[in-house]
Ligand binder design. Structure first.
Ligand code: HEM
Length: 450
């Protein structure tokens, strides 16, 4: 066995500002180039996170994901940019015992079986959305997917029912979830909150908080609380043996679910369309199987999309103590970054790694820790089953109702948006009703939904 080395793994020596700029311009290109030049473990420096050590081998990623949670702090690393908006009780920014306590209370509504109860809402929201699409004209699918996933969170997670309240949140929430680096500056320099775009963001956050606290109060007072299926009601009811959540805890978890679950799922969906529309054989097969009421190929399409176009390129664990990682004795304070986007597209683990080939998930299971779009260990995405189910339901509904074609044959390259990689041209497509005659039955089905 290789003896561990002191010091940091190799990496670019440019100033932190240059490295940050290169990373924000295109994390996939920058990280892949670093790996080609420095090997499977390397160091970069990034503002405001500091020193990052990237790891790209599945065995090392496994060790970090399953490592001691008092050494590997995911919450602290996530909190660098997210704590201010998510709040101090957010499951995403906590660590150790308090993280486990919050996570345990949130797990039941997110189990595979539990999320199926949202199938009807997701399908209804999708049908309402596509009924407004301009048939025969070019359109960007990505913003439409954002609208669908936002609506699903408002209805299935927060449980909003009143049309006026839905309209208010539709207006407010996009501004809150789409903050960029400019807004983040005020989290490093709080004095900025008094002026310009930062003051507006702060006001928006307070307005949204007001609406959420009001929803929490209404839910608590609702005599039908025991029959309600939305996630907020389930969290308020809680599970036996667990302490009930306070209003502040509920608010923080709602904002967390909104921020973690809305744009991520929409981006996954946008990529699924972008890839399917450029792979006619896969598109034909998925439609055939949907028509036949089968699920396996659709499941494989979702998995292959998240492999080839991971929405989140890397995850972070900040070291609280010196520890050996990938043959290096790393000091406390360094952040270790399992590189999802590298291991999922590595030629050593995936044949034809750049091809969109859902069949690979029908024939075999991926090697451990080579398919990790939802991260891993005790920090694995809480909404993984929800997101997969939602993606499948939206794809099934749209593909059974509409014909779609890409506006041009060239693939859309990935572009950075906040911390995610999105299709650069918004997943542009032309859509038409699939069976002209069936449009009527579609509308009837919609009208019969209550
Ligand atoms: C395709 C869609 C999604 C992707 C690709 C995704 C990916 C991720 C990743 C990579 C992490 C970090 C895991 C780690 O650090 O090891 C994460 C965490 C999390 N995600 Fe998701 N996510 C998606 C959708 C959702 C949805 C729909 C929800 C909820 C409605 C959600 C809620 C969360 C939460 C609460 C965490 C924090 C878990 C913890 O720290 O214990 N995500 N997600």
């Amino acid at each position: 066995m290789r003896s561990s080395r002191r010091g940091l793994p190799p990496g670019p020596r440019w100033p932190i500002a240059v490295q940050s700029l290169l990373l924000w311009r295109g994390i996939d290109r920058f990280i892949e180039r670093c790996m080609d030049r420095y090997g499977p473990v390397f160091t970069i420096r990034l503002a405001p996170m500091g020193t990052l050590v990237y790891i790209t081998e599945p065995e090392e990623i496994k060790r970090v994901f399953t490592g001691d949670t008092s050494v590997f702090h995911a919450g602290e690393a996530n909190g660098t940019v997210l704590a201010k908006v998510m709040g101090r009780h957010s499951v995403l920014i906590l660590d150790e015992d308090e993280h486990l306590r919050q996570r345990r209370r949130m797990l039941p509504p997110f189990h595979g079986e539990s999320v199926r109860r949202y199938g009807e809402v997701i399908e209804h929201v999708t049908r309402e959305e596509i009924a407004r699409w301009p048939m025969g004209a070019e359109m960007e699918l990505h913003p439409r997917m954002n609208a669908i996933t936002l609506e699903v969170i408002m209805r299935a997670v927060i449980g909003v029912e009143e049309e006026a309240r839905l309209a208010e949140l539709r207006r407010l929430l996009p501004g809150l979830v789409s903050f960029g680096p400019v807004v983040m500056l005020s989290w490093v320099y709080p004095r900025l909150n008094a002026v310009g775009p930062w003051r507006r963001f702060d006001e928006l956050k307070r307005t949204v908080d007001g609406v959420l606290y009001d929803e929490i109060r209404r839910r608590r007072e609702d005599p039908r609380l025991d029959q309600r299926a939305d996630i907020l009601s389930l969290l308020i009811r809680g599970s036996e043996g667990e302490q009930p959540m306070t209003d502040e805890e509920l608010r923080d978890q709602l904002i967390t679910l909104l921020l973690a679950g809305h744009e991520t799922t929409a981006t996954g969906l946008a990529w699924a369309f972008e890839r399917l529309l450029r792979n006619p054989a896969a598109l034909a097969r998925v439609r055939e199987e949907i028509d036949a009421g089968e699920d396996a190929y659709l499941d494989a399409v979702v998995k292959e999309t998240l492999r080839l176009r991971p929405v989140i390129f890397d995850v972070a664990r900040k070291l609280k103590k010196p520890v050996e990682v990938a043959g290096y004795k790393l000091p406390a304070g360094v952040t270790v970054m399992p590189a999802i986007g590298v291991v999922q597209r590595s030629g050593s683990h995936w044949p034809g790694p750049r091809d969109f080939h859902p069949e690979r998930f029908l024939d075999a299971q991926p090697e451990p820790y080579t398919w990790i779009p939802f991260g891993g260990g005790t920090r694995r995405c809480l909404g993984a089953a929800f997101a997969t189910f939602e993606m499948k339901t939206v794809l099934r509904t749209i593909l059974s109702e509409l014909d779609l074609r890409a506006d041009r044959p060239e693939p859309e390259p990935p572009r950075m948006k906040h911390i995610t990689l999105v299709p650069a041209r918004g997943a542009r497509a032309v859509v038409t009703w699939r069976h002209g005659a069936e449009q009527g039955s579609f509308r009837e089905a919609q009208a019969s939904y209550r």
